[in-house]
Ligand binder design. Sequence first.
Ligand code: PLA
Length: 450
Amino acid sequence: MRLNDGSVARRLSTLGKHLVETTTTTVRRPTAPPIRSLPWRGSVFGHVAQAPEDPILGVTVAYNKDPSPVKVNLGVGAYRTEEGKPLVLNVVRRAEQLLLNDPNRIKEYLPITGLAEFNKLSAKLIFGQDSPAIQENRVTTVQCLSGTGSLRVGAEFLAKHYHKKSCFQHTIYIPLPTWGNHPKVFTIAGLTVKTYRYYDPATRGLNFQGLLEDLSAAPSGAIVLLHACAHNPTGVDPTLDQWEHIRQLMRSKGLLPFFDSAYQGFASGSLDADAQPVRLFVADGGELLAAQSYAKNMGLYGERVGALSIVCKTRDVAVRVESQLKLVIRPMYSNPPIHGASIVATILRDREMYGGWTIELKAMADRIISMRTQLHEALLARGTPGDWSHIIKQIGMFTFTGLNTDQVAFMTKEYHIYMTSDGRISMAGLSSRTVPHLADAIHAAVTGAV
Ligand code: PLA
């Protein structure tokens, strides 16, 4: 279309007016009212309450904020060297080097159930090389996110699929006391949590009678959480004879064992000895669950590597159970990470590296035991009132000191010693250098001397 001169002139004049107006006058753009003036002006999350710190991991948060040069963190169960440094095992460094140098390493997704070789080797580690249940292919093992993830996957599977005639099928009995995360993991997965007596504060040992009474009174078909070894927080384990008693009682009542094995090798220094209670239950042909963690025994805390095994009556059942575990895992985190499981598989498959691991593991366990002796002697030397023999009797990473909340708060405030408020101390976080300071703090807390 051709424009005549008149229409061109009109258009130019309109454009000119527009330009003048927009540059010389204030344009009233529709402006949004400030958010603060609106009726719903607060955040849609405004009602969210401040949550408390985690009772264990929160201790590290408080420790990190303390500028004191003498502070000691005995809260979380994390191994430290004599120099107070975190430890990466030599055998882990070697495995990582091998993985790094392998040009065939890829970063593809793992299957939902994780690294197959890792799963096989993990089952052998806990149930034993010659376990009949493994030979009969009636164990299913899935790689999970360390011990916590393995417990959670197991709990969700039970909440969905554990069918006993009794209406108590979804009740899990946990020891009193137990690791603080247990009730949370099981409740959120949909199980009802109840407790059974375990620890006797008077003897600072096992309340075996109370345990037997409570398990006898538990409804048939209930699930029972058992610490495979190095009970957290008490450091008190049943003897093998007592385990046998527990096994007979549980099997006779049809109680389903769910073992939490977070410290295999840390209790006695021997991987096989620490797995004995679990193997006792597998040997009778009955069913059970076992959650394994490599956080402590391989020092792979942050790699989040663990496994859940379910021992079934037959191969056929195990295959179907595994198919359902996949349905639990897939919408939760899809599939597990590859690196940590590859480290573990590299070590477990190689005889020489496996041997190296057991030596380093024993050294960690021995150092913890030596901390027990040193702390005990330091308290005796100070004449600290009370019987402190439980420090050398208890097993594993922790000592359940018997100190109360006020005494713990005092030790933190005055001595910068960080520990959980139930009086648990991580022996693995102590060193010869810090033992005297801890002993001074305990002495002052007990005698009331500042
Ligand atoms: N089960 C028990 C009995 C534990 O003590 C722990 C860790 C876990 C499972 C979970 O370990 P993982 O998920 O790291 O493999 N307990 C620690 C750490 C060491 C923690 O609370 O997370 C503790 O200080 O109690």
